[in-house]
Design a protein around this ligand. Structure first.
Ligand SMILES: *[C@@H]1O[C@H](CO)[C@@H](O)[C@H](O)[C@H]1NC(C)=O
Ligand SMILES: *[C@@H]1O[C@H](CO)[C@@H](O)[C@H](O)[C@H]1NC(C)=O
Ligand SMILES: *[C@@H]1O[C@H](CO)[C@@H](O)[C@H](O)[C@H]1NC(C)=O
Ligand SMILES: *[C@@H]1O[C@H](CO)[C@@H](O)[C@H](O)[C@H]1NC(C)=O
Ligand SMILES: *[C@@H]1O[C@H](CO)[C@@H](O)[C@H](O)[C@H]1NC(C)=O
Ligand SMILES: *[C@@H]1O[C@H](CO)[C@@H](O)[C@H](O)[C@H]1NC(C)=O
Ligand SMILES: *[C@@H]1O[C@H](CO)[C@@H](O)[C@H](O)[C@H]1NC(C)=O
Ligand SMILES: *[C@@H]1O[C@H](CO)[C@@H](O)[C@H](O)[C@H]1NC(C)=O
Length: 414
């Protein structure tokens, strides 16, 4: 076992060295879920990177061409240095979209470049237009094994969002700038890794959520940074009666080493569209700078249309917070359960909150909650009495946490 592993490594570095020698080209190495047998460059399909010419048909033709290689080791499409104007295009399976560090993908302003898609079954209504939603810049459905990556880049002006379905997905090292809506929106998907992602939206822009895992299972978000006017991460699972009927929860989500700036919204919001349920969300090593709240649970007694039970009560239980330090805080916690439907089993331990020069008088504003606290300053509310307890963080790891990336390479001679 050990020997074969060493052999394999030897072979790999040999082939890289040989490649360098023969081609006299430098090789860009990058981590990815799977390396691809075939590689093509956008210019090979007639792409023009002048920032003015539309490349929508070029992206479509290139990806359609490369989709035929899915069963033969897969393919990667390299977007070389330049400014690549494009409307929406769809990805394909067993595919890597590799964006060079000096490449910028610009979203086209022409609305005809953004097809209207049917409503999502768990929402039952359009968000952008009546009865529909605009396709994202980079979109895909029913995909598997897709990688969208970029070698560390400078900030780029880019109108962008992803909506991808049923997918094994890696999004890494991208910078998304000035998306008009949610930036990254995986829905009905599983096994997703999002890492080294930077999202910049104006802090006064509405609805520019950073990352929205929506009815997704096994998602890992790490080492990423979001500035937004809305929630940095919003965990979702469908809307009202449609979400209840569709009944697909978001579960097994781990967020780690994540930084958020959002003066009017939350670092991590659960909801408000969460009718399919949310369970097993873990957040570790989160930095919130100038945010309105750290974690916010947005729910309410049933909202909705005729035919939907307006009295339906959500069930919120088992929320643990531990090892938190905070500075310059106006109020420590607002924990607002629902009348006759308290949030239960809340546990908060080892929390040290330093207040601003003019703090609110009522530091812990709690209603309709039940649980315990330990080693918390300032003192918590009466509804969360002190108990000698260290709130738990799940010990068993999620399978997605241990997914290791391979080292793949492309020639830098593009
Ligand atoms: C893809 O492009 C290559 C190179 O231009 C061409 O030889 C091949 O026929 C194309 N494949 C398909 C399926 O269009
Ligand atoms: C992408 O695929 C969807 C179906 O999932 C389709 O409705 C849409 O037109 C496609 N978009 C483009 C730009 O081809
Ligand atoms: C995706 O897969 C589902 C289930 O297999 C199918 O009903 C749907 O038509 C597919 N969508 C697309 C755009 O291929
Ligand atoms: C993404 O960034 C990380 C951390 O800087 C780096 O280790 C990794 O190689 C980068 N990936 C690519 C595709 O450049
Ligand atoms: C939703 O699915 C879960 C299993 O995932 C099941 O236990 C539950 O009864 C379902 N709820 C409804 C309303 O169908
Ligand atoms: C979180 O930070 C602590 C202290 O720096 C470190 O020991 C731990 O490994 C980190 N955990 C993760 C998941 O990054
Ligand atoms: C504390 O927050 C206030 C705004 O709430 C800000 O004006 C002030 O600069 C902050 N102080 C520090 C030390 O960050
Ligand atoms: C406590 O929070 C409620 C909403 O949850 C708000 O209406 C009320 O004004 C707050 N009280 C104080 C004293 O801040």
């Amino acid at each position: 076992m050990l020997i074969s592993a060493i052999l394999l490594l030897g072979l790999l570095s040999l082939s890289v060295a040989e490649f360098r020698d023969v081609k006299h080209a430098t090789v860009i190495e990058f981590p990815a879920l799977n390396c691809r047998k075939h590689s093509a460059v956008l210019t090979g399909f007639g792409g023009v990177g002048d920032g003015k010419t539309s490349n929508t048909e070029v992206f479509k033709a290139a990806i359609a061409n490369l989709s035929h290689l899915a069963a033969d080791g897969g393919a990667q499409l390299v977007v070389p240095p330049g400014k690549w104007l494009t409307g929406s295009f769809n990805l394909t399976s067993h595919f890597t979209l590799f964006i060079h560090k000096d490449a910028i993908i610009l979203g086209a302003r022409d609305e005809t470049e953004w097809p209207l898609l049917p409503v999502l079954p768990s929402y039952g209504r359009g968000r952008d237009a009546p009865g529909g939603r605009f396709s994202s810049l980079i979109f895909g459905t029913n995909l598997t094994d897709v990688i969208i990556t970029e070698r560390q880049s400078n900030l780029r002006k880019m109108i962008n969002c992803f909506r991808l379905s049923e997918i094994i997905l890696l999004i890494s090292n991208l910078t998304l700038i000035n998306s008009p809506s949610w930036n990254v929106h995986p829905i009905y998907s599983s096994d997703i890794i999002i890492q080294y992602l930077t999202i910049i939206a104006p802090v006064d822009s509405p609805n520019t959520h950073g990352i929205d895992p929506d009815s997704c299972t096994n998602t890992r978000i790490e080492d990423s940074f979001v500035v937004s006017g809305d929630d940095c991460i919003a965990v979702k699972s469908g809307w009202d009666q449609y979400g209840i009927r569709f009944n697909m929860s978001t579960k097994h989500l781990v967020i780690r080493r994540f930084t958020c700036i959002s003066p009017d919204s939350a670092t991590i919001a659960l909801g408000s569209e969460m009718s399919g349920g949310i369970e097993d969300v873990r957040a570790e090593n989160i930095t919130a700078i100038n945010t309105e709240s750290g974690v916010r649970i947005k729910t309410a007694v049933g909202r909705g249309d005729p035919g939907f039970n307006p009295k339906a009560l959500p069930k919120i239980k088992g929320i643990n917070y531990k090892d938190i330090v905070a500075d310059n805080v106006t109020y420590s916690a607002r924990l607002e359960g629902i009348k006759n439907d308290p949030f239960t089993d809340i546990c908060i331990s080892n929390v040290d909150i330093k207040l601003t020069a003019k703090p609110k008088e009522l530091q812990w504003n709690c209603t309709d909650v039940q649980g315990v606290t330990n080693k918390v300053t300032p003192d918590a509310c009466n509804l969360l009495p002190e108990k000698e307890i260290d709130c738990t963080f799940p010990e068993e790891r999620l399978p997605i946490e241990d997914v290791k990336l391979k080292t793949c390479s492309i020639s830098d001679n593009i």
